[in-house]
Ligand binder design. Sequence first.
Ligand code: HEM
Length: 366
Amino acid sequence: MSAYSRSGSLMGRTPPSAQALRNRQRISTWLFAICFMLVGMIALGGYTRLTGSGLSIMDWRPITGMIPPLSHAEWERQFALYKTIPQYKILHDGFGLAGFQQIFWAEWTHRFWGRLMGLVLLVPLVWFSVTGALDRRLALRLVLFFVLGGLQGAIGWFMVASGFNPDSTAVAPVRLVLHLCCAFALYIAILWTALSVRTPQPAFIPATPEVVRVHRMVWAICLLVGITVIAGGFTAGTHAGFAYNTFPLMDGHLIPAGYARLHPFWLNWFQNIPAIQFDHRLLATTTVVIIGLTIALGLRTPQLGKPVQGALAVLGWLVLLQYALGITTLLLVVPVWAGTVHQTCAAIVLTAAIITLHRLRGVGRP
Ligand code: HEM
């Protein structure tokens, strides 16, 4: 019996067999484990970026790159390669082999974790398919996730390669944002699939005007969190967190002077540090306010049921924590620990928003 099908006893009206229930449990647990690993990957990515380690491995060998240098000669070869790029001369000149090894291990662990995730996806996928626990549709979807995971590795390399350009000490912000967005998009897709395998039948929620309004607001929250994450990517990518380290004012103004310095105007959102940082603050504040309003409405709407109200409450606490972490990161001028935790917590806030949305699938669906 397959664990995830639109027809048949699992998703239909007849009760699923005990074996089908067991399969559903095993498959969703496996997919949740991958989600957990993905959050770990986002944290490792943040640490790698914030410690300036991302450019330390200068070749792209998807399979053999799993083996780190095993001899002194190989370490020297890798270090000699690194010495040729501008980042070494501008940021790390003279930090020696021990310093190089430190940044190398951060980047190596990030890449190794990605490969490990590929295996954790592929091996059970083959096993569950061969034993008939997975139906074709779900198997194909998971194969697609595997391919997209590989593509994310290639995008990572595309991002890293931009850091080798003359005079550059970091990767191109647009490529960093692309890498971050793809990681979050893949994460959302796997999380949604895991949740749907675990609870294929949404609980019915009557479509009263209040319920419909909350549903729309939760959609808006997911979108807003996503856009705030993108703005966070530009804040990180342009090192905007190292300027204007005060809150709520920026250099004594609510809206920083020089917000619209560049022409055409839209260029400011991607290249102008005061505008980038201000936009991130504004989007984060809007997100908090909308979540607050949704909670206020949601708690007065008993038809939503306890699971949705509970998810909304958790989302509220998490976004407050994330907001506080953002301010801490800014006021302390981006220490590695704060930047890493802030980036990781963004994934956790998004998780809570997606879980809330998933629990609302039954609106108007008896
Ligand atoms: C809903 C709330 C928020 C979300 C979802 C969010 C999300 C993010 C994300 C995902 C990043 C990192 C992107 C990357 O590494 O590529 C980031 C960076 C940053 N955020 Fe936020 N943020 C929020 C609130 C805030 C607030 C309120 C502040 C401060 C006022 C803030 C300040 C920063 C700073 C300074 C960085 C750059 C840190 C670095 O260079 O690593 N954030 N944000």
